[in-house]
Write a protein that binds this ligand. Structure first.
Ligand SMILES: [Zn+2]
Length: 497
């Protein structure tokens, strides 16, 4: 057996000002190619890791032209997309494959078109009309017809935080191998409903997505090869942003359609439960201050600066929430993190133990986000200087290398503030341990995160308080100008029927 494996992942926030050049696709100078990509992902809890395990089990020969994944940001530079697509298409054009296994995101918008994954699949199919293709998509995929019609098998995450990236690709790859052997003949039904579930309400620990995803899993016992419900990514002003479902069966088109309709109907009925209610910043902070101090080792109160999550396209350099925490005098706090490469270099030049005053954050203008995001002046001591590189402890992305870039911790006496040089959402305990901070000893931990923090840090939280700040993944959808998404769409303009 001969398999082509490739990765192209980007969740595009069309409201984000953060650029997306080719260099953003990787944990160093850019994407990984060939043997370097295989070495980086073999044995990891990633989608590519799952495909490589299947290939090994099947004693298959593997061609892996490129593995390119970037943190969420504005639409992908045309040149970056063309480069990644060209690497994959050149390999496809050489031919001789029994199967193609792709680890994609599903919400990639490119400067010149809304549907990056569909465009890639269309190009692959134009070169090779018959080789079966398996695709793993993120739960935040915004689906277009070309993303489904040019694939043989489609599988989506069932967890948010995404701790099943491996299992998702494994499901897709295993069915593909059975299709290659002629044991199954996959048929796909997909569809969407006009709703934009709020990201803060999409977690699979919570109703209603917990039950919806459980229903997807149960459908495997009712004739589905794979059933997936995609909550979609709402910070994308594109036609097909929103919720969709995909069901793959073994030749039973009618059953696939019936199960798809059931998933879409169930989601639509629950649309109100996907709406997020915002608590004003000062009220929420006062509530956090009034909470009893956790006993040592009991775990911190987590303060979520969720408008500025870099893994939803935030600049990670807004300072409204951190500023209010400092002003309110909260004590024994760790804050992760402010993205500010220049401030990091200033602290490195000053050296460990140096006392200094820094102007941090507020450097990247957000033209599509109302309100000001000024820099914040902080005064403190340089506590830690780090390369910012570590392997994830897991469960999310277990074993995968994470690169925060040069990183420092500034200790103001009350608040330890991490400053980093590459966008990393705090979803892993090693974000803190690698910087010499033990979050379990803190009274408060501020995280620029929405849901993924729960993967590695959820178990430690004594309580959670959402803090409404400012950022490119604002939780106030009414402040965003949608021009391209199909209308009407719930909750932007449909009455709750
Ligand atoms: Zn996602």
């Amino acid at each position: 057996m001969r398999l082509l494996i490739a990765m192209m992942k980007h969740e595009t926030n069309t409201f984000s000002p953060v650029p997306t050049p080719l260099q953003r696709f990787g944990t160093g100078p850019g994407p990984l190619y060939g043997d370097d990509a295989i070495a980086a992902f073999r044995g990891t809890g990633s989608g590519v890791g799952a495909y490589l395990d299947i290939a090994e089990r099947e004693k298959a020969e593997v061609v892996l032209p490129i593995a390119a994944g970037a943190p969420p940001s504005r639409p992908v530079d045309d040149a970056a997309f063309e480069h990644i697509a060209q690497q994959i298409c050149e390999a496809v054009a050489k031919g001789g494959f029994d199967g193609i296994m792709l680890d994609l995101h599903g919400a990639m918008v490119v400067e010149s078109f809304e549907d990056g994954e569909g465009e890639l699949l269309r190009r692959i199919r134009a070169l090779d009309a018959t080789t079966p293709i398996a695709v793993a998509y993120d739960m935040h995929a915004n689906l277009y017809p070309a993303m489904i019609e040019n694939a043989t098998v489609v599988s989506g995450y069932r967890t948010y935080p995404h701790v099943d990236t491996y299992d998702t690709a494994r499901r897709a790859g295993d069915i593909l191998v059975r299709a290659i052997r002629g044991e199954v003949k996959p048929v796909i039904a997909w569809g969407n409903v006009p709703m934009l579930p709020h990201v803060m309400r999409q977690g699979t620990d919570d109703h209603p997505n917990r039950e919806l995803q459980e229903r997807c899993a149960a459908m495997t016992g009712e004739g589905a090869l794979i059933a997936s419900l995609f909550t979609g990514f709402p910070h994308a002003d594109i036609t097909n942003a929103g919720l969709s479902a995909v069901v793959v069966t073994d030749g039973q088109a009618g059953l696939a359609e019936q199960l798809r309709d059931e998933l879409l109907d169930r989601a639509w009925v629950e649309r109100e439960a996907f709406v997020y209610k915002i608590e004003p910043l000062k009220e929420a902070l006062a509530r956090a201050q009034a909470m009893p101090e956790p006993s040592p080792g009991q775990g911190p109160i987590v303060l979520l600066d969720h408008y500025d999550n870099c893994a939803s396209g935030g600049t990670m350099d807004t300072t409204i929430v951190l500023g209010e925490i400092l002003k309110a005098g909260l004590d024994n706090v760790a804050a992760f993190a402010i993205y500010d490469p220049a401030a990091v270099q200033q602290a490195i030049a000053a050296g460990i133990g140096a006392k200094l005053t820094l102007s941090v954050g507020g450097k990247l203008a957000m033209p599509q986000i109302p309100g000001d995001s000024p820099p914040l002046e902080i005064a403190g001591t340089v506590k830690t200087i780090s390369s910012g590189r570590f392997r994830n402890k897991g469960p999310m992305g277990r074993g995968v290398m994470t690169d925060m870039g040069p990183s420092v911790v500034i200790d103001t006496g009350k608040v330890e503030i991490a400053l980093i040089s590459r966008h990393v959402e705090p979803s892993d305990l090693n974000c803190f341990y690698s910087l010499g901070i033990d979050p379990l000893q803190k009274r408060y931990v501020m995280l620029k995160s929405r849901v993924h923090w729960r993967a590695g840090l959820g178990a430690m939280a004594k309580a959670v308080v959402d803090l409404a700040g400012i950022g490119a993944c604002t939780s106030d959808y009414s402040s965003l100008t949608f021009k391209n998404v199909r209308r009407p769409i719930y909750p932007l303009d449909l009455p709750n029927r």
